[in-house]
Design a protein around this ligand. Structure first.
Ligand code: PLP
Length: 411
């Protein structure tokens, strides 16, 4: 008797030649030799280009695309993205430096995130980027830091909406939240921005992330536009920037399907004339992290041991949760599920077996794949974790257990 189990969405963006995965126009074996060590992450420029092109073709052309660089702040990748998108979103002074180094115009960079320190705010004001204000306290610090004849601080209000994005992997709006200013407190904040004569830009309304349900995103966009139009009545100046967040998800786990962009695009198209009429100067922005870069990256680790424990085969690799916390299931997952994993140098293999792939850390949390069917692998083979371009190395506790550092390449 067999029960149909959900499977991973096919990872067919990377070619397979002679049973070996190719990336960046070379075989994984050649790339591994070029990198000179395992483990490493590799990000594919061609796939980054294709993803941005897909969004440009599908979404209304009036919508601007921003890259939220916390998903992957590798400087070479940010540089590449800066040439493709209309703006960058940063969440620390460290990310701001990478964004400015990319050559992106400062007025196309916005800085969000709670708890910005005065030194970070001062840097951002001097750079002339837009500050997405997260609280009334932050507004007062910005006003104090402003010294004529320096540029007037450009500020937008990050709004904690009075609704939640349904079916979102990670909710970041609605209810009590550390992010943004509660919608009901925004009119007072707008008044204060007017009193302080800061350079008001608009609103940033981010409701959540990793959403694979187009209908939920459509509904969120409806609520976001309604809220923005309502809040604009109290704005101290014209709304120039209307950042409606991102939240588009990618298929990670068995049963996940890619997001259908068409209904989202049609709904945006439906809203744009009304936004144009009521907020004629407003540029509508979508900001994405994982949707832009997540599917363009792989993580590669090498099998260093094979062992059988009470009938179950373990492949022990030199990579693990210290480099890829999300694949281990410890970055916001409630129930651990496997990322798509393969043996990169023998994709189909001659024999298949069910194994668990683990890392070298002395903790039972260090799992890259649990009871997955893979090609039968030997010591020296290359384990590939797909969907690893976002929240990979940057979101992992690299110092945990003092193993060697991971490398990253853009190919
Ligand atoms: C993290 C974050 C993003 C990116 O989210 P993704 O799920 O990677 O698209 C966008 N905007 C803000 C404000 C964020 O904090």
């Amino acid at each position: 008797m067999t029960t149909a189990r959900p499977t991973h969405w096919p990872m067919d963006s990377f070619p397979v030649i002679d049973d070996c995965l190719w990336i960046g126009g070379m075989s994984l074996i050649q790339l591994t030799a070029r990198v000179g060590q395992t483990p490493f992450y590799a990000y594919d420029r061609r796939l980054l280009d294709q993803r941005v092109a897909l969004l440009r073709q599908t979404l209304p052309s009036a919508i601007e695309l921003h890259y939220a660089i916390k998903a992957n702040p590798m400087p070479a990748l940010v540089q590449h993205m800066a040439n493709l998108v209309d703006g960058l979103d940063v969440a620390s002074a460290g990310e701001l430096k990478i964004a400015l180094d990319s050559g992106m115009e400062p007025k196309r960079i916005s800085f969000a995130g709670p708890g910005k320190r005065p030194a970070e705010l001062a840097t951002a004001i001097a750079a002339g980027v837009t500050l997405n204000l997260e609280s009334a306290g932050e507004l007062e610090i910005v006003a104090q830091l402003h010294r004529a004849p320096g540029p007037r601080p450009r500020v937008a209000v990050r709004v904690n909406p009075d609704f939640e994005l349904k079916a979102s992997g990670m909710k970041m709006g609605g209810g009590p939240k550390p992010f943004g200013v509660d919608a009901e407190q925004v009119p007072d904040l707008l008044r204060r921005i007017g009193e302080l004569a800061l350079d008001f830009q608009g609103f940033h309304i981010f409701t959540g992330s990793q959403n694979l349900h187009a209908a939920a995103i459509v509904e969120a966009h409806d609520r976001i536009f309604e809220l923005a139009l309502r809040l604009a009545a109290d704005a101290p100046g014209p709304v120039r920037l209307l950042n409606i967040g991102g939240g588009f998800g990618i298929p990670y786990f068995p049963g996940d399907k890619p997001l259908d962009l068409e209904p989202i695009a049609a709904n945006l198209q439906r809203w744009l004339p009304q936004v144009k009429e009521r907020l004629p100067q407003a540029q509508v922005v979508l900001e994405f992290g994982r949707y832009l870069v997540g599917e363009a990256g792989i993580y590669v680790a090498e099998v260093v041991d094979r062992k059988i424990s009470r009938g179950h085969t373990f492949l022990i690799t030199n990579g693990g949760l210290h480099h890829h916390l999300a694949a281990s299931g410890n970055f916001g997952q409630v129930i651990r599920k496997n990322y798509p994993v393969a043996v990169g140098n023998r994709m189909a293999g001659t024999e298949r077996e069910v194994v668990s792939v683990v890392g070298p850390l002395c903790t039972p949390l260090d799992i890259l794949a649990e009871r997955m069917e893979l090609a039968k692998a030997e010591v020296g083979d290359l384990i590939v974790v797909f969907q690893s371009g976002a929240y990979g190395l940057t979101a992992s506790p690299s110092a945990f257990l003092s193993h060697p550092a991971c490398r990253e390449v853009l190919v």
